[in-house]
Design a protein around this ligand. Structure first.
Ligand code: FES
Ligand SMILES: [Fe+2]
Length: 418
């Protein structure tokens, strides 16, 4: 149970809030680069700010205030130029740093005027990596963008999946440090969703949560588990401060505002042995729907099931009414660390895991149970026998609604029939 005050601190993410300001100190994934292929401008709301993300004709990304610095028109109706985004109202042109670089009428009648130097639009840097776009919305100096090792893997099919989730970010992130839910929400509930009442999955018998530089690791022992199983010896990664890493996929929970979260997931699947070299020409991005036609949450896919837990806790979970149990040690640990971090950063410390060395940032390894399958691959014949990858070729089981063209591209890469 938390006090109302602590719950407020964890969940409020708008400008000027301690948690919002803290999370802004990390490069946040805000979507897939291929989202801008058909329409180079996307309105976005992040940390309670209305913004536009764009890619100009020169290929530069920008994330700037949605309202034009002239008279506040909506730049999501603007158009991109070789450099920058132009407002459709009077044609002012802004670059990715927020500089006004053209004011067509003023420039004509007052060519030596300096007025435009005074009107800077709010702007944040954007970087592309492995098909994802990351934005940095925090204070200077900008830290390095950490390139997690999986982003450097080759010979694989990558895809980005996004969804808007109508609830606060932190209940989504708490789910990243909650191993027992896997047994119930994904395994046992699936048994029931399939119309059966048995057999239920192996019980969790023991949990350990450990902190490391880039987050926490949870390790588990389940009934029937062999000694030396990597789920106990290596574990799974709760990526600090708002991510989850599962060996060949990442999930991030990025605050849109207090009541909405952008879910950004990145997936990698190595091609079977013998199909190298495989070079993916474009990383697809798709939106996974979370509700069915009748307005109920979709329950058929793993992440959709998680989403049912998140939104089910309320728009902003009321932690004054909860009762934590033995399975929640990781959650308590994460909350405690967040409060410690808020205090430390307020006193001038670097936020946990911030990377300042360009050399280190080039490739950062994380604990990974299945690394070999992603870096060396397995043969097509080995897939059905593989405990973690056996279902992966049959269909995309993480998020509902993979478009047929993405499935086709995946199957072409893997050398299987759609
Ligand atoms: S409001 Fe944008 S150019 Fe006038
Ligand atoms: Fe889950």
């Amino acid at each position: 149970m938390l006090s109302a005050e602590k719950n407020r601190i964890l969940t409020q993410v708008g400008p000027g809030t301690p948690m919002g300001d803290y999370l802004r100190r990390y490069w946040q994934p805000i979507g897939g680069a291929s989202e801008l292929d058909n329409n180079p401008i996307k309105p976005m709301r992040l940390f309670g700010e209305d913004l536009v993300l764009y890619k100009d004709l020169g290929g530069t990304y920008g994330l700037i205030d949605r309202h034009c610095p002239h008279r506040r028109a909506d730049l999501s109706y603007g158009f991109v130029e070789q450099t920058g985004i132009r407002c459709n109202y009077h044609g002012w042109l802004m670059d990715q740093r927020g500089n006004v670089i053209e004011q067509p009428y003023d420039d004509t009648v007052n060519p030596r005027g300096k007025a435009r130097e005074r009107c800077l639009a709010k702007a944040y840097p954007v970087k592309e990596c492995a098909g994802l776009l990351f934005a940095y919305m925090g204070p200077q100096p900008v830290p390095e963008l950490p390139v997690w090792e999986p982003f450097t893997w080759e010979n694989g099919f990558r895809e980005v999946v996004i969804s808007d989730i109508p609830c606060n970010w932190f209940q989504c992130q708490e789910n990243s440090c909650d191993p027992v839910h896997f047994e119930w929400m994904h395994e046992n509930w699936n048994v029931r969703l399939n119309g059966q009442t048995a057999p239920y999955a192996a019980k969790h018998l023991k949990l350990v949560f450990e902190e490391f530089e880039y987050g926490h690791v949870y390790k588990r022992v389940r009934e029937g588990q062999k000694d030396g199983d990597p789920v106990w010896t290596i574990g799974r990664v709760t990526l600090w401060p708002n991510g989850f890493y599962l060996g060949n996929h990442f999930e991030w929970r990025v605050p849109i505002d207090d009541e909405n979260t952008l879910s950004v997931c990145w997936f990698f699947m190595r091609v079977p042995k013998g199909r190298e070299p495989y070079v993916q020409d474009k990383v697809p991005t798709w939106v996974s729907p979370i509700k069915d036609e009748s307005g109920r949450w979709i329950s058929s896919h793993v992440i959709n099931q998680d989403i049912i837990a998140w939104v089910g806790q309320g728009t902003i979970a009321d932690r004054t009414k909860e009762n934590l149990g033995a399975s929640d040690l990781g959650i308590a640990m994460m909350r405690k660390r967040l409060f410690e971090e808020l205090d430390a950063v307020a006193k001038g410390a670097e936020p946990k895991g911030t990377v300042r060395s360009a050399n280190l940032a080039k490739c950062i390894e994380l604990p990974n149970i299945t690394k070999q399958t992603s870096t060396e691959g397995i043969t097509l014949e080995e897939y059905p026998k593989h405990p973690l990858l056996n279902a992966r070729l049959k269909g995309f089981r993480h998020c509902f609604g993979q478009p047929p063209e993405v499935r086709k591209a995946f199957c072409d890469a893997m050398g299987i029939k759609p």
